[in-house]
Design a protein around this ligand. Sequence first.
Ligand code: NAD
Length: 458
Amino acid sequence: MNRIEQDMLISLNPATGEEVGRLPITPVDQIPAVVATARAAQPAWGQLSLQQRADQMRPFGDALVAAAEEVGTLLTREMGKPLAEGIGEAKHCGSSLGETLDELIEALTPEPMDDDSVSSTLVFDPLGVCAGITPWNFPLSMPHWTVIPALMAGNSVVLKPSEKTPLVAQAYADLLMPMLPEGVLQVIHGDGTQGKALVKADVDLIAFTGSRATGAHILESAGGGLKRVILELGGKDPLIVLDDANLEAAAKFAAMNSFRNAGQVCVSTERIYVQEPVAEKFQQLLCEAATTMQVGDGCVEGTEVGPMIDGGQKQHVEQQVEKAVSDGAEVVYRGEDIGGNFFPLTVLADCQESMDVIREETFGPVACVLKVGDDAEAIERANNTPYGLGAAVFGSSERAHDIARQLTAGMVGINKGCGGASGTPWVGAKQSGYGYHSGRDGHRQFAQLRVISEMRKK
Ligand code: NAD
C-alpha cells in the first residue's frame, strides 16, 4: 500500500517495496478552486473547432511514443506489470492517438438528419467540466481513454488518478498539459476522499473507471445534482469451453487471460465453464500452460506476470482462495510462492457457484474451473452474476455464436478475448457499466447532444 506522510503520497514499488517517488496530496478544501479554474478555462477551449482542438493535441502522440521507454519503466516500477507491457501501454496510447483524434472528429461532427418535412442537425456540444477518476491496473490507458475524448468534446478536465499509481498519471499529464491552454487539464492527487470531493464539486460529467462499489457510490452522490456519469466497472468474466473446442487454444487463452497482469484486468477470465467430456483434458492443458509462465519483478527480463498491486489486494485474493479450498475446491496447480506481494499462479477445480471466488471479482492470478453439462446449463451459469463486462466462448463457430447471443455480457469474444475491432465501443452490461467508452456512440457520451431543426422548404 502506498504510504501517506505529512500530506505527501509515497509511491512504493509493489515488487520490491522501495520508494519510487512522492507527490503532494491535494487538500480537499482546494478542490473547489481547481474546478473553478477548469470552469473558467472551458469556454475558450470549447469554442475552438474540433480540428483546432485535435491539432493542438496531435503532437502529444509523438511525445508519448518518444517518452515511452521512460514513462513505461516508471509504470512498471509503480504498478508492477512486466516492462514490455508497461512500455507497450505508453507506446500504444501515443501511436494510436492520431487515429483516435480522427475518430473523435468524425463522431462529434454535426450530423444532418431529415425527414420529408423537417430538416435537423445533431450537434455535439461540450458539457462543461469533466471529472476523470481512474484506477491503477492500466494506469496510462485509463486516464488516456478518459482525458482525450473529454477534451475533444470541448470540456475541461480535472483528472484524479488512482492513489496507487499517481506518478505515472502525473508523467502522462505533464507531457500533455504544455499543448493545452492553462487550466484545461489539471490533476489532483489523493484517494477516495479526494475522489468524493471532486464528485461533489461543481462538475458536469463524471467519467469513472473502477470498482462496482465505488461506481454505485458515485452514482448516488452525483444523483442529487443530476450530473452526467459514465461508469466503466468491474467484471467476473466467464469463459465457456464447448466439447467441440480446440482445447489447446482454449487452455492457452484461459491461462493468458486469467494470469495476465497478475489477473488484475477488468476482463480477466474469472470463471471457466467446461463441458464434462473435455473437462479433464482442458484442465491438464491449462495447468501445463501455467507452468510455463514466469512470475517475478516486472523490471527483470523474462518476467511474464508481476506482483499484486499491494498487500491488501494479495490478501483479498488469498482469502477467496483459502475459503474456496475449505469449502471443497481443489488446488490442481499452484506455482512457486516467492513471497512479498507476489501471488502464486493458481488453478482451482471443483468450484461451486456459491463460493466468493465465483461470485465476487477476484482480480488475481487464479483460474477457476467448473464442469457443466449442455449448452443451456453453460449459458445459465455464465449469466448467473450481477456483472456483465466481457465473456468468451471457445467451440465451433455456429454453436459459439448461438451461445454468444444469449450471454448477458457487453462484449463476447468467440475463440478469442472480448475486445471488438478498432472503432467498436468498450461496453459493460448489467452492473459492469453505466454508459460506456469508445466508438462513435461512446465518444458522444462526453458531449451534450442538441437537435436543431427547421421546416424543409417545399
Ligand atoms: P476503485 O473503485 O477502488 O478506485 C478507482 C478510483 O476511484 C481511484 O482513483 C480511487 O481513488 C477513486 N475512489 C475511491 N472511492 C471513491 C469515491 N467514493 N468517490 C470517488 N472516487 C473514489 O478501483 P481500483 O481498485 O482502483 O480499480 C480496480 C477496479 O477497476 C476493478 O473493479 C476493475 O474491474 C475496474 N476496472 C474496470 C475497467 C472497465 O473498463 N470496465 C477497466 C479497468 C478497471
